[in-house]
Design a protein around this ligand. Structure first.
Ligand code: SF4
Ligand code: SF4
Length: 487
């Protein structure tokens, strides 16, 4: 079969008809003149060219490469360096540095890079009635999975998604926005304590596992500044295994917790000892594959609601899925914790920290406290903001463009459509928040009940034990790898 290849992005056209009708490359929109006949042997097995790839170790829990699909175009290494700031000059190919973000997967033109798939193993538990299998849905999934079923970009399909998961025979379907609200209760309380005591400022968010790993590897002097509050998925898993398990009398060793995520770094996070609770993370793409294999027609499903106890989230929990959302959610709660009053209107539309751009900032005034906050996307931008970190009290960090809406476990999109699609997903989340009757974590009735009957209050002894964690320096491991390379 005749093949053509775009010299700009490496995308391969396998069908002559496709080529004849092209005006531009469908992947990068480069001119047709740059798409030329391609001999499949070109570009393979050339050691020099292989140096252009990201290196993927066999034990990487997030991503894998199908070697014979790789054309050594170098797109993955470019994107890795641009977003994650990881340099390939001084690395060992046998033991590469990777923060598991999956952005290389999103940009690989031949689909040689793919997420590690865990859903096959999960199907075994779903088919075994001895196990009680829960699934929690991350905020950003409800505005992206529709892409895989031909729905318009940003379609808000929360209720159909719940029906789809029930059709797959999950025993309980929860909303991870509950876990996000719990994270906010603890993280905003932490922030208020730090602002009052002026200790360990700025506080950095810790819900993006790629950022946490980057911080442990390259900025271990900042570990005391990372919020100790566990990520929403670890809090959700912990509360299912304790509070929910006790109330429902389910044998502890028979609960399997799954999260459907927009992120492949979460596959790494659930393997961390410091962040227990969830057993499996599947990506949006894996969920779509499961539905296809089980012959479930997503679009014809009726709407249904999440299961009770851990099933309600506030609008603040929903906007966790977009960059700036964690910041806005935490500030709404912090305002209440400091003043005992509901935050004024502007805290429900913090325009200056919204939107898809590298660094966003705002000046905040709560009672007697005035401080600066920032929301940052991508590790290169983190390096910029760290030059002035003393100017800020609170910094939200997400690795991916737009936050979780642009995560490495989201449906693949042609590159020219990415920006517009992320805008639609972001707007859809903010619209859902604006339409929610509850827009702050502390008014979520499920959250109120957990504190009333189980945890007492944020930062209580029990909350500290169950919902907080610690981080570890990985700087030594990075240094060792570099030293080995220069030997
Ligand atoms: S893995 Fe994909 S993006 Fe990376 S070099 Fe190979 S084809 Fe290009
Ligand atoms: S997962 Fe992220 S950090 Fe790892 S190689 Fe890919 S882009 Fe780089």
């Amino acid at each position: 079969m005749t093949k053509y290849r775009c010299k700009n992005c490496g995308y391969i056209y396998t069908d002559e008809d496709d080529y004849n009708f092209l005006t531009n490359c469908i992947m990068c929109e480069g001119p047709k003149k740059d798409i030329s006949l391609w001999n499949a042997k070109e570009g393979f097995y050339d050691e020099e060219k292989k140096k252009k790839r990201v290196w993927v170790s066999d034990i990487n829990p997030s991503i894998q490469r199908i070697d014979n699909l790789c054309i050594d175009c170098g797109m993955c290494q470019n994107i890795c360096t641009n977003i994650t700031n990881i340099s390939y000059d001084k690395q060992l190919a046998s033991n590469p540095i990777c923060i598991n973000c999956g952005q290389c997967v999103m940009h690989c033109p031949t689909k040689a890079l793919v997420p590690k798939y865990d859903y096959k193993e999960l199907l075994n538990y779903l088919n075994d009635t001895n196990y009680f299998v829960t699934i929690s849905v991350a905020p950003a999934v409800r505005v992206s999975i529709g892409d895989l079923f031909g729905l318009p970009a940003g379609s808000f399909v929360e209720h159909k998604l719940v029906s789809a998961l029930r059709a797959l025979k999950f025993d309980a379907v929860f909303d991870l926005t509950f876990g996000a609200d719990m994270t906010i209760m603890e993280e905003a309380s932490e922030l208020v304590e730090r602002i009052k005591s002026k200790k360990n400022l700025p506080q950095f968010t810790s819900c993006c596992p790629a950022w946490v790993k980057y911080c442990e590897m390259f900025h271990d002097d900042l570990l005391d500044n990372l919020s100790t509050t566990k990520s929403p998925i670890s809090i959700q898993g912990t509360l299912i295994n304790t509070y929910y398990q006790e109330l429902n009398n389910i044998p502890k060793d028979k609960i399997i917790n799954v999260m459907v995520a927009p992120c492949v770094a979460k596959k790494m996070e659930v393997k961390r000892r410091e962040l227990p609770g969830m057993d499996y993370v599947i990506t949006v793409q894996e969920l779509a594959l499961m539905l296809q294999e089980c012959e479930i027609d997503f679009n014809s499903l009726k709407d249904s609601d999440f299961d009770p106890l851990l099933g309600k989230g506030s609008g603040a929990g929903v906007i966790f899925g977009t960059s700036g959302g964690v910041m806005e959610a935490a500030l709404r709660a912090a305002y209440y914790f400091i003043t005992n009053k509901k935050a004024p209107k502007k805290f429900y539309n913090l325009e200056s920290v919204r939107g898809i751009s590298g660094i966003k900032e705002a000046e905040i005034e709560i009672g007697e406290y005035k401080f600066k906050v920032a929301a940052v996307e991508g590790m290169k931008n983190v390096e910029e903001i760290l030059k002035h970190k003393k100017d800020y009290a609170f910094i939200e960090v997400m690795n991916c463009e737009g936050g979780c809406i642009g995560g490495g476990g989201q449906p693949l999109l042609p590159i020219p459509q990415v920006k517009a699609n992320l805008e639609s997903r972001k707007n859809s989340l903010y619209q859902n928040d604006a339409e929610s009757s509850i827009r702050v974590a502390y008014e979520n009735p499920d959250v109120i009940n957990v504190y009333k009957y189980y945890l007492d209050h944020p930062l209580s002894e029990k909350a500290e034990k169950l919902l907080h964690t610690h981080y570890n320096s990985r700087a030594k491991a990075v240094k060792l790898r570099k030293e080995k390379k220069t030997d």
